[in-house]
Design a protein around this ligand. Structure first.
Ligand code: AMP
Ligand code: ZN
Length: 476
């Protein structure tokens, strides 16, 4: 069964399918602007994109994930000047920090991570094509603007009322856009190329229209064209990017290539809020991963908290939410330890990709997987996982093995790693079998048999430590 996902453009749930002409699913995600640490609101969006990619992969699809680095814009230039560094040095250090946080949070590295500065010739070529085709004009100062009225279906993504289309001063989240004014013909037009101004300092690139730098929107059009082609399967970003950024990306690419159908599917994630307000660098109401780990939370607990709400609903961030994530992960770890013991799997085997790549079984986790496939319903999926965790069971090792495989695949799709802080010891299958029998005997109140089995375990060199909801096995 394919994954169904809401598409912003059609406003429908649509299946994510590979086109017959392609063997790889092309996915472009707008990446971070590297002028400071990414906050956990940014990471909510990046983690949701990561879960989507992982879910597609667990479903058997090959994905090409492209996520760019925005390393030239007003913010990066101003930031580098304030730090007394070159733009390249300044953005490299924040890119490094971003990568460290991504790794800690269990994000898979994108297959391609293009930088805007490394794609200036491609952006210039696209702007030249737009000027040539009559979709862009050069202003007196050498800036180049996209002529919005030349694009008949401009606004199709965000369902804009074209008669009311006057300006791009607010984005789709209702926030002010820091769009530069310069001398546009129409307030709706937006900059493709910004002519050099003294405040840009040494940050200037030569172009047919004089020295300057690219506008923000053209970066993503040029990089997606370079790495995925004129049309590809899915484009993602936070909901604030829908208008004008993504609307402008569509207009630029479709008008410069002459090919319609830029992205087949649009995946927008709702914001992370603090006290009902969007978490953002400019508002200063943000949390970074570092601030949370210094409070004693693990990156996995932060990841769990960030995926615990549906991607189409804003999520209010609280420290209480991360504490709940900790309790949920601890409960799941304990339950999984018992399941692994029954199935005769070690924690290392559970974490190894082999478990989820080679098996098709889902065990009792089939409903959780179906829920995840239905509009990436992560909270629903987690709910289904805990329904299984709460069930009374006395499984055979084979049944437990099916559950292990199903759970391993699900946790891989969600990017949740268990037992990250603990050493892993392999439990021999015969010991696991004895432990499972003893647990079953105890559940049925056959205490004499349970005692005998405990002795057999001791002879085999293992101790069974009972808890209310399960047991641990420790070598003597
Ligand atoms: P930026 O680094 O500002 O370019 O943003 C990187 C990504 O984070 C974009 O997809 C934004 O839409 C997204 N984003 C920014 N703030 C939030 C937030 N509070 N919650 C969720 N996503 C956000
Ligand atoms: Zn973008």
């Amino acid at each position: 069964m394919p994954i169904f996902l809401h598409d912003t453009m059609s406003r429908e749930l649509r299946p994510l399918l590979l086109k017959p002409s392609r063997d790889v699913f092309g996915m472009y995600c707008c990446g971070p602007t590297v002028y400071g640490p990414a906050h956990i609101g940014n990471f909510r969006t990046f983690i949701l994109q990561d879960v989507l990619r992982r879910t597609l992969e667990v479903g058997g699809m090959q994905v090409k994930h492209v996520r760019n680095i925005t390393d030239v814009d007003d913010k990066t230039i101003r930031g580098s000047q304030a730090a007394g560094q070159t733009l390249a040095t300044f953005t490299a250090s924040w890119t490094k920090k971003f990568h460290e946080d991504c790794q800690a949070l269990g994000l898979l590295a994108p297959h391609v991570e293009p930088s805007a500065v490394a794609h200036i010739p491609q952006q210039i070529a696209m702007i030249e094509a737009l000027v040539k085709r009559g979709h862009a004009y050069v202003a007196k100062d050498g800036s180049v603007y996209f002529k919005v009225c030349s694009c008949a279906d401009y606004g199709k993504l965000s369902h804009l009322d074209r008669s009311k289309l006057a300006t791009q001063t607010t984005n789709s989240a209702g926030e002010a856009n820091d769009a530069d004014e310069y001398d546009r013909e129409s307030a709706a037009d937006f900059a493709l190329w910004k002519s050099w101004k003294p405040e840009d300092g040494e940050n200037r690139w030569a172009s047919p229209w004089g020295d300057g730098r690219p506008g923000w929107h053209i970066e993503c059009s040029a990089m997606s064209l370079q790495h995925l082609g004129a049309t590809f399967d899915l484009h993602g970003g936070g909901v604030d990017l829908c208008f004008p950024h993504h609307e402008n990306e569509i207009a630029q690419t479709e008008c410069s290539t002459g090919v319609k159908g830029f992205a087949a599917h649009w995946f927008h994630s709702a914001h992370l809020l603090v006290d009902g307000d969007k978490m953002s660098k400019s508002k200063g109401n943000l949390y970074t991963l570092e601030q949370l780990t210094s409070k004693g939370f693990t990156p996995m607990e932060v990841r769990y908290a960030l995926i615990s709400g549906h991607y189409r609903t804003p999520l209010n961030f609280t420290l209480h939410g991360v504490e709940n994530a900790r309790s949920a992960l601890t409960k799941l770890e304990r339950w999984t330890e018992r399941l692994l013991a029954t199935a005769g799997f070690s924690q290392a085997e559970f974490a190894a990709p082999l478990v989820h790549e080679t098996q098709t079984a889902w065990g009792r986790f089939a409903p959780a997987w179906e829920t995840l496939q239905s509009d990436l319903n992560i909270p629903g999926c987690l709910g289904q996982i805990f329904t299984v965790v709460g069930e009374k069971d006395s499984l055979t090792p084979e049944q437990a093995r099916q559950d292990v495989v199903g759970l391993a695949k699900l946790l891989h799709a969600l990017g949740l790693q268990l037992f990250t802080a603990k050493a892993t010891t392999s439990i021999p299958p015969e010991v696991a079998e004895l432990a499972a029998q003893r647990w079953a005997a105890k559940q049925t109140k056959n205490f004499a048999q349970a005692d005998q089995l405990r002795q057999a375990l001791t002879q085999a060199g293992w101790t069974m430590l009972d808890r209310k909801d399960g047991y641990d096995l420790k070598p003597n």
